[in-house]
Design a binder for this molecule. Sequence first.
Ligand code: ZN
Length: 268
Amino acid sequence: MIIDTHVHIGTSLNFNMTEADVLYSMKEYNIDKVIISNSEAASHDHDRALLPEEYQVGAAECLKRCIRFARENPERIYVAAWVKPSVEKVSAELETLIAENLDIVKAIKFHPYHSGISFSSPECQEYIRLAEKYSLVVLTHTGDCEDDSPRRVYEMAREFPKVNFVMVHLGLGTDNKEAIELCSKCKNIWGDTTWVSTASALEFIEKCGDDRLLFGSDNPIDGKDTYRENGYGERSLYQEYFGEFRNMVTEETYEKIMHKNAEKLFGI
Ligand SMILES: [Zn+2]
C-alpha cells in the first residue's frame, strides 16, 4: 500500500498537471491513495511577481475542481485546499465548501513562495485558524527564502500547538538539516519526502523517529511518469523510495512512511 500525500492537478505557470495523468500514474505505479491540491491557486510567478488578474483563479474555484475529481474517485483521491493568503481573505464560499466536504477535504495547503507572503504573516494565520476550526492538517511548501523557511513553520507550530503541520520538502534547496532539527523539537510537525533524498529521510528517522515522515512526490510535475523519471529523463528519486529504501529501514518503518503515518494523520 502506498499513499502519496503530495500530488497536484492544475495548469499554471509552466506546469500542466492533469487528472488523467494522476489516474494513469496511480495505476501504473501502484499508488493506492493520494492527496491532491490545485496549483492554479498560485498567485505569484517564479520570480514572486503577482500574476495578472486574468491568471488569478479563486481558491474556492480551485477547490471545487479538486472536490469533483475526488468525488469521481472515492477512497482514492483526497483533497488539500490550496489557499491564496496574500490576495484573498477566508471567504464564506471557501469555508462552506470545506465544511460540506470534510470526508474528502483533509488539509489546507500553503505555498508561501508562490503566494508572495511569509508563512508566519497574519494573513496566513487566518487560514491556519480555519484549519484548526475544522481539524485539518496544514501542508506547507518550505524552501530556502525567509518567507518559506522551515523556521516559519516551527514558529507557527509553536503558536498553534493543536494544529498538525507538514513541512513539505524539509526546506527545498537546503541540505534539510535545519528542517530536521526543527522537526525534532516540535511534535506537531511532520516531514515529507517530496524531493528529499533517502539519506535525509534516514536522518529524519534517526532524529525524529519514524512516526512523522510521510511519502510525497509532487507527481505529476515532471509528466505522467514522474515516479519513473525526472524532467531530464533521469531515474526518478521515487524509484529509490519504491526500491532501495525498502532495504534501508525495517519493514515496520517502511510501512509507516509509505502509508500508515498518512492514514493516521489525515484519517484516510
Ligand atoms: Zn508541490
